[in-house]
Design a protein around this ligand. Sequence first.
Ligand code: GTR
Length: 349
Amino acid sequence: ETFPFEIFIKEVKMIKKILLISLAITLIGSLAFAAAQQESAEAETMVLRLAETHPQDYPTTKGDYEFARLVDEYTDGRIKVEVYHSKQLGEEKAAIEQVQFGAIDFTRVSIAPVSDFYSPLNALQMPYVYSSGSHMWKVLSGPIGEEMLSKIEAAKFVGLCYYDGGARNFYNSKKEIKSVADLAGLKFRVMQSKLMVDMVNALGAVPQPMPYGEVYSALQTGVIDGAENNWPSYLTSSHYEVAKFYTTDGHLRVPEILIASKIVMDKLSAEDQAAIKKAAKDSVEFQKKAWADFAKEAEEKVRAAGCVITDLSDVSGFQDAMKPLYDELTPEEMAVVERIRATPYPAEK
Ligand code: GTR
C-alpha cells in the first residue's frame, strides 16, 4: 500500500495546528495561574501594627524593628509588622486600651501602665525589688517572668517578651535631691499607674499622673516640678533641658513589655502565633544590647550638657520610705515578691 503524499502533508499541517493551539492554551493557562497565585499571595500577606512611644532610633524601637524583621522571616513574609514609633498611634495608656479591644495589634510599653489592667504585674516593678539589672533579667527570663507573660491573658493581652528599661531616677527643675526629705512638697509627674501615685505619696511628695508626651511642657511651664525616668528617656524626651537636677536613687526598675492583642492573636493560625512568639523572644538579646550601649551614651550626654547629677551611694532612706508600699500588695503578689527576692543572680561586672 502506498500512502498518498498529499494526505501526509495534510496530516502534518493538522498536527502543527493542534500543537500550536495547545501551546497557546498552555501559555494562557500558566499566565492566568501566575496571576491567581500573585493575587492569593497578596491576599495572604497580613499587615499588623505596633505602637511605640519612643523615637525611631531609641533602644526599645530598635527591639520592635528586630521583632518585625524576625516575624517576616519566620512567616516567610506572610506577616508584616509595621512599627509606628514616636506616639503616632497615641500615648501608652490609649495604645494599651486599643490593643485590648483589637484596634491595634501590638504595643511596646512600660509595664507600669499595663499594671492598671492587670495588677499582679506590680510585683515585677516594686521599688528596689531587684538588686541589679542582672537580678531583674534572671527573674524576667525565668519562670516568674514567663508566668506573668502568660497570666496577663486575663486582661486580653498576649505577653510576648520583656525589654530592658534600666533603672529610674528622680529629676526636677528646683533643687538638688540628696535625701528623701528634699523631695517634700515637690510635684512629680508619674506614669499612669496606681503604684506610681502611691510611691510618690510615700516619699512625701505630690504625684501627678500624666502621659509621657505631656511632661516636657508641664516641666517647662512649671505645672510640675519634676519627674522620674532612666537616662535614655531623660535625654531623648529633652526633659534634661528643663529639669537639670538628676539624682541616681534608682528607685525603680520597670521592665518594658511587648504585648499583642489577644483578640487579634486568636484569629491567627497556631503556626503564626508560634512564629510571633518566637520572633519576640528572639529579639530580646538584640534590644538588651541596644539598651546597654545607649544607656551609657545617654548618661554621658546629659552629664556633658551640664545637668547637676547627684550620685547617691546610700539609698537606704529611699528604701525605708517606700517599704509601706509592700504592705499594700495582695498575698499572691507578695508571694511573687518573695520568689523574686529568693532568685539567685550573677554579680554585675
Ligand atoms: C520610659 C518608657 C516608656 C514610658 C516612659 C514614661 O522609660 O520606656 O515606655 O513608659 O518611660 O515615663 O511614661
